[in-house]
Design a protein around this ligand. Structure first.
Ligand code: 4NP
Length: 157
């Protein structure tokens, strides 16, 4: 278990925040190296863009700098390259499953499946809402990042 790709729709809000928060949690746990991770979007609208300014500000308020990330779209090679593709919502899962060769479907997982004590199954898209949506998304992302770090640490012994 070495490579993780965080996936959302635009790759400018949720998956950049997930990549940044998970990086912090994984570093605190001493999991980097050997862990590698990145983020990507199922859509292409924002390829090359930095994260949304509201996502940058919300992450910064929790000690995470995501300002240097740049959006890219999921590519079919990613299903070979990554060991886990971590989706923010069910629509992301469906898009990934439709694009992935069947033998890679087990690599595609919902991020909140790793969040202990969280009943929500999806990180809601905060793009069309206000700052509170970004804060709520970060609460969920922090919980799921802790659980994913536990999972990865367990898998790698
Ligand atoms: P994200 O949010 O999937 O969390 O990055 C979105 C950002 C942009 C768009 C949709 C969702 N968009 O349609 O441009």
């Amino acid at each position: 278990m070495k490579r993780i790709l965080f996936v959302c729709l635009g790759n400018i809000c949720r998956s950049p925040m997930a990549e940044g928060v998970f990086a912090k949690v994984a570093e605190e746990r001493g999991l980097i190296p050997p862990l590698e991770f990145a983020s990507a979007g199922t859509g292409s609208w924002h390829v090359g863009d930095p994260p949304d300014a509201r996502a940058v500000a919300a992450a910064r308020s929790r000690g995470v700098d995501i300002s240097r990330q740049r959006a890219r779209q999921v590519h079919v090679d990613d299903f070979d390259t990554y060991d886990l593709l971590i989706a923010m919502d069910e629509a992301n899962v469906e898009t990934l499953r439709a694009a992935a060769p069947e033998h890679h479907h087990a690599k595609i997982k919902l991020f909140l499946a790793f969040a202990d004590g969280v009943s929500a199954t999806e990180v809601p898209d905060p793009y069309y809402g206000g700052a509170d949506g970004f804060s709520h998304a970060l609460d969920l992302i922090e919980a799921a990042s802790r659980g994913l770090a536990d999972y990865v640490a367990g898998m790698s012994g």
